[in-house]
Design a protein around this ligand. Structure first.
Ligand code: GDP
Length: 299
C-alpha cells in the first residue's frame, strides 16, 4: 500500500488541493457541488462516478457543515464501490498446459516490462514459464524480452526482426506444449500508426494460436499506461473489439497525476483489473486492490 500511495501522490495531491479549494465555505450548497463535480471530472474519474459522488453528498449533507475530509471519505467510498467488482486476481488454470497469456497494448504502454515482471512472479510461484517475442516488428522489443528472459530464467522463443508474428506464436505454443510448460506469455506488436494492419495481425496471431490450442489464448491482457489519461478509454474499446480483452494491467501508476482514469475505465467497461505497475523494476507489479487504490487516490 505504501508504494501505491506514494505513486498516486500526484493524483491525490491534485484532487485534494482542488477539493480543499472548493470547500472554502462550510455549508454545502449547489455551487460547491457543481464545482466539485468539475474537479472530479478533470481528475479523469469519469462523469458517472463524479455524479455519483456529488449525488451522495447532496443527499446526505446538503446545507450541512462539510469539510474536505468528509468529501475525501465519500470519494474513497464511491471509488471503491466502482473498483471492487473489477479487482480480480489473474487465475492461472493449472489444467491448461500451457496456460497461454497474450499480452497486447500500444507501444510504450509497458507490455514487455509487464511480461518480465509477470514471468518473475510466476517463476517464484514454482511455475515453468516460457516467453515468446511476438513483437517481431521491432528488434529492440525482441532484445528487451530476451533480457527479461535471462533475468527471470524463462526461455524466450524469438526470431529475427521482420519475421511473421503468427508463425512465431505457432512455434511458441507448439514448443511450450511439447515441453509441458505451465505458462506461455506471448508479446505482441503495438504500433498504432497503422491500426488496421496491427489489428489484422493480432487476429491472425489468435487464429494461429487456436490451431495448436483451441481454447487459447486463455487470457488476453491489455496493458494501459496510466499517464495517457483519457486516451486509455479509446484503447480499451479498440483492442476489446478486435482482440477480445479478458483483463487489464494498468502501468506507470507511480508518479502520475492521472490515476483516476482507472475508475472511468472500470465504470465503462467492467473488465477485470488484475495488476498495476508501480515502477520499472522486476518487483514493481502488484495485484490490484480496490480499497488500497481508492484510499490512495482520495489522499
Ligand atoms: P511496450 O512497448 O508496451 O513493450 O512497453 P515497455 O515495456 O517497453 O515499457 C515502456 C517504458 O515504460 C519502459 O521504459 C519501461 O521501463 C517503462 N515502464 C513500464 N511499466 C512501468 C511502470 O509501472 N512504472 C514506470 N515508472 N515505468 C514503467
Amino acid at each position: 500500500f505504501g508504494r501505491l500511495a506514494s505513486g498516486l501522490k500526484r493524483s491525490s495531491d491534485n484532487l485534494a488541493s482542488s477539493i480543499t479549494s472548493v470547500f472554502t465555505k462550510r455549508k454545502l450548497d449547489a455551487a460547491m457541488l457543481d464545482e466539485l463535480e468539475d474537479v472530479l471530472i478533470q481528475a479523469d474519474l469519469g462523469v458517472d462516478t463524479a455524479m455519483a459522488i456529488t449525488e451522495t453528498l447532496r443527499r446526505d449533507r446538503f446545507d450541512k457543515d462539510v469539510t474536505d475530509e468528509d468529501v475525501r471519505a465519500v470519494l474513497a467510498a464511491e471509488v471503491e464501490k466502482v473498483l471492487a467488482p473489477v479487482a480480480t486476481p489473474l487465475a492461472i488454470d493449472a489444467g491448461k498446459r500451457p496456460f497461454v497469456i497474450l499480452m497486447i497494448g500500444v507501444n510504450g504502454s509497458g507490455k514487455t516490462t509487464t511480461i518480465g515482471k509477470l514471468a518473475q512472479k510466476l517463476t517464484a510461484e514454482g511455475k515453468s514459464v516460457m516467453l515468446a517475442a511476438g513483437d517481431t516488428f521491432r528488434a529492440a522489443a525482441i532484445e528487451q524480452l530476451q533480457v527479461w528472459g535471462q533475468r527471470t530464467g524463462a526461455p524466450v522463443i524469438a526470431k529475427p526482426a521482420g519475421a511473421d508474428a503468427s508463425g512465431l506464436a505457432f512455434d511458441a505454443v507448439t514448443q511450450a506444449k511439447a515441453e509441458g510448460r505451465d505458462v506461455l506469455i506471448i508479446d505482441t506488436a503495438g504500433r498504432l500508426q497503422n491500426r488496421d494492419e496491427l489489428m489484422n495481425e493480432l487476429e491472425k496471431v489468435i487464429r494461429v494460436i487456436k490451431k495448436v490450442e483451441p481454447e487459447a489464448p486463455h487470457a488476453t491482457l491489455l496493458t494501459l499506461d496510466a499517464t495517457t489519461g483519457q486516451n486509455a478509454l479509446k484503447q480499451v474499446e479498440i483492442f476489446g473489439q478486435r482482440a477480445g480483452v479478458t483483463g487489464l494491467v494498468m502501468t506507470k501508476l507511480d508518479g502520475t497525476a492521472r490515476g483516476g482514469i482507472l475508475v472511468a475505465i472500470a465504470q465503462k467497461f467492467g473488465l477485470p483489473v488484475h495488476f498495476i505497475g508501480v515502477g520499472e523494476g522486476v518487483a514493481d507489479l502488484e495485484p490490484f486492490e480496490a480499497s488500497d487504490f481508492a484510499k490512495a487516490i482520495a489522499g
